[in-house]
Ligand binder design. Structure first.
Ligand SMILES: C[S@@+](CC[C@H](N)C(=O)[O-])C[C@H]1O[C@@H](n2cnc3c(N)ncnc32)[C@H](O)[C@@H]1O
Length: 572
């Protein structure tokens, strides 16, 4: 069961961060003529409204109404007490569902309407479809004209936009995922078309927040119309991530990460026992919303462009990248103790296949782990060119094993509902695909861990696998392996797809790895890379030899793309 916090998305903003967000909005409110209404549509116990009150001058505050909506009665009671304790000022607090208040289509709703706001400050709930439930997600999608996987914060974004007057200012704390993911394209489009984007702050893995999502701040002004939208726009950005190597030489000491948001500048900084890399610049926004918003300084941007320009193709042009299998009952299908089962229920050896998982992943070759004996009971085969579930012999031990686990397997009601057999693996992928040489890599890792599998293993769902379109082209597979594991491409990934998780872990999604550039195959460098990778993936190599070959591959890849092999400096 999702926790209450997960269901309502209630992660309150720490006061320090609330202050920074309010300080960014305050000058816009100070510059407004006449009375101003400032709204927090999901205000919890009021951190953002209290911060707003402190960020404004006394004179301005006297001509402001602080408006808050909160659906949770307990938080609302706290909010009321806090706001009423502030020096006399106009307030308009509502305990209710903000989405009902805004949704003018809900004619029967008894929710009060609110006047349009001049500024909105918000940390809206972030609740994914899985937690919302399909019915609620669908209802939100139709009420707020949303597509794809609906998250509560998207509905809030649309609702807040309806509630903001043209020319009004928005300051919102949200997840940074929409900046770079394919699924974020509709949000990028929505923001770009409705708003003049003033500034985006990617707070990455700075842990300013308790929530599992990595936060970003978006400051924007709602468009007034045609004339406004023609204005040349420059969106400032700040990107703050904990530094990968932790080197502290020449780093400036600052008192907190929020100080870096207050006075953003490119460089490396130390806050207590951690070091951070900050990049500040202007966002180069592509008019194609499908492209991610990468917050790069101009120097970083030209480095990425240089690498792209030297490429003759991308991995996705010459290879297929697929995710591994998903059994949805791993304890039944994947085990390393098959041998210990009584013979009567021990599946036949030809139904068991070795399976590679993220803990087998290492650079170049599979890590030797205690789970080397891990096998999957693989339930699919290809007959007459078509994939189908194996019709197991009812007298076989394999069938008896499945029957012994029938209750557990049948509890996956969606399998039968989809017209499939109760004993099937949910996502079996291509039963014939496993036997060819392939590159395997984990979906989440702090560093590149692409490795070669020539052993015909099945790949588990926490990893992806790459096969070349021409299955016989092993040289190409080795070139891809060398390039994907090189420090240049690690740097390319870091800059082009800064979708990090905590603890320096990165996502290696198909959409990212497919974009990796490849150098000309007939170049001297490409041939040398293939040679070195052949050694690294062949017979056992000493650690010293591995290190020297890795260095050679780094230098060759850098030369192939015309950039330095060293870590690209952050200075602009
Ligand atoms: C992420 S918290 C932010 C609270 C506060 N603004 C802050 O930054 O500390 C989101 C809040 O939205 C409230 N909430 C969730 N859905 C809501 C809705 N439909 N209408 C109003 N409030 C809602 C939750 O109860 C929670 O207090």
């Amino acid at each position: 069961m999702p926790t209450i916090q997960k269901q309502t998305g209630a992660h309150f903003t720490p006061p320090d961060l609330a202050a920074v967000v309010a300080e960014r909005i305050a000058p816009h409110v100070e510059a407004m003529r006449g009375a101003a209404r400032i709204l927090d549509p999901a205000c919890g116990d009021g951190n953002l409204l209290v911060a707003m009150a402190s960020a404004l001058s006394a004179a301005r505050l006297r001509r402001c109404t602080l408006s808050g909506v909160e659906e949770d009665a307990e938080s609302f009671a706290l909010l009321r007490r806090r706001i009423e304790a502030l020096p006399a000022l106009a307030t308009d607090l509502v305990c209710g569902d903000f989405l009902d208040i805004v949704d003018d289509a809900s004619l029967y709703s008894s929710a009060p309407r609110l006047p349009l706001s001049d500024a909105i400050i918000a940390n809206p709930p972030y609740v994914r479809t899985q937690v919302l439930g399909a019915a609620r997600a669908q209802a939100l999608a139709s009420r707020f004209d949303l597509r794809g996987r609906v998250d509560l914060y998207q509905a809030f974004l649309v609702a807040m936009t309806r509630q903001l007057r043209p020319g009004g200012v928005l300051g919102v704390i949200t997840s940074n995922r929409f900046l770079t993911t394919r699924g974020g394209a509709s949000i990028r489009h929505f923001l770009r078309s409705r708003y003049e984007l003033l500034e985006i702050v990617d707070l990455g893995d700075t842990k300013l927040f308790e929530a599992a999502v990595l936060p970003a701040l978006v400051f924007a002004r709602k468009r007034c119309g045609e004339r406004d939208s023609l204005r040349a726009e420059r969106t400032a950005f700040v990107r703050i991530y904990e530094s990968v190597d932790g080197i502290r030489d020449n780093a400036e000491q600052v008192s907190s990460v929020t100080d870096l948001v207050r006075r953003p500048r490119t460089g490396r900084f130390i806050v207590r026992d951690r070091s951070y890399d900050v990049a500040a610049g202007t966002l180069e926004m592509d008019s194609d919303d499908a492209r991610p918003w990468t917050l790069l300084t101009s120097k970083e941007n030209s480095w990425v462009e240089q690498v792209r320009a030297k490429a003759t193709c991308r991995i996705a042009d010459v290879a297929r990248i697929r995710v591994g299998i998903k059994t949805t009952a791993d304890s039944v299908f994947i085990r390393d103790d098959w041998e210990e089962l009584p013979q009567a229920v021990r599946p036949a050896a030809h139904h068991l296949k070795p399976v590679l998982s993220h803990d087998d992943a290492a650079r170049w070759r599979r890590r030797v782990t205690s789970s080397a004996a891990r096998m999957v009971l693989y339930t699919h085969e290809v007959r007459n060119g078509k994939r189908r579930a194996i019709r197991f012999d009812e007298r076989s031990a394999t069938w008896r094993y499945l029957l012994a686990n029938r209750e557990r397997l049948e509890s996956r009601t969606y399998v039968v509902d989809a017209g499939r057999h109760w004993y099937e693996i949910w996502v079996p992928q291509d039963p014939q695909g496993w036997s060819v040489p392939k590159i395997v890599f984990p979906d989440i890792s702090p560093e590149p861990r692409f490795f070669l599998d020539r052993g015909g293993s099945v790949v588990d769902g926490n990893c992806y696998w790459i096969t070349t379109r021409d299955l016989a082209d092993e040289e190409l597979l080795l070139l891809i392996l060398g390039v994907a594991n090189s420090s240049v491409i690690a740097r390319f990934h870091e800059l082009a797809f800064p979708n990090k998780l905590y603890s320096q872990r990165r996502r290696y999604l198909t959409q990212y790895v497919g974009e990796y550039p490849l150098p000309a195959r007939d170049s001297r460098e490409a041939k040398q890379i293939v040679k070195a990778v052949r050694v690294l993936t062949g017979a056992a190599v000493s650690p010293a030899e591995i290190a020297s070959l890795q260095l050679e591959i780094d230098e060759l890849t850098a030369a192939a793309f015309g950039v330095g092999a060293e870590r690209c400096a952050f200075e602009d």
